[in-house]
Design a protein around this ligand. Structure first.
Ligand code: SF4
Length: 64
């Protein structure tokens, strides 16, 4: 599974960071930073999907 993040859509709610700080960080302006590159470790796949489902701006997508 891979996670994709569209910075242009992000509005800085930080729900992603709240739900999965293992995957997301926050920059100085409050926008999300994706901490992972490449394949998501199996133990974080559920959380990756959770952040995609809860991003109100649809800035996060996951692909199998
Ligand atoms: S939940 Fe979505 S809009 Fe909010 S900070 Fe994360 S990526 Fe950006």
């Amino acid at each position: 599974m891979k996670i994709n993040y569209d910075r242009a859509k992000c509005c800085g709610h930080n729900r992603c960071y709240s739900l999965a700080p293992e995957i997301w960080d926050v920059d100085d302006e409050g926008y999300a930073i994706l901490r992972l590159e490449g394949d998501i470790p199996a133990e974080l796949e559920e959380k990756a999907q959770l952040t995609a489902d809860n991003c109100p701006e649809f800035a996060i997508t996951v692909e199998a």
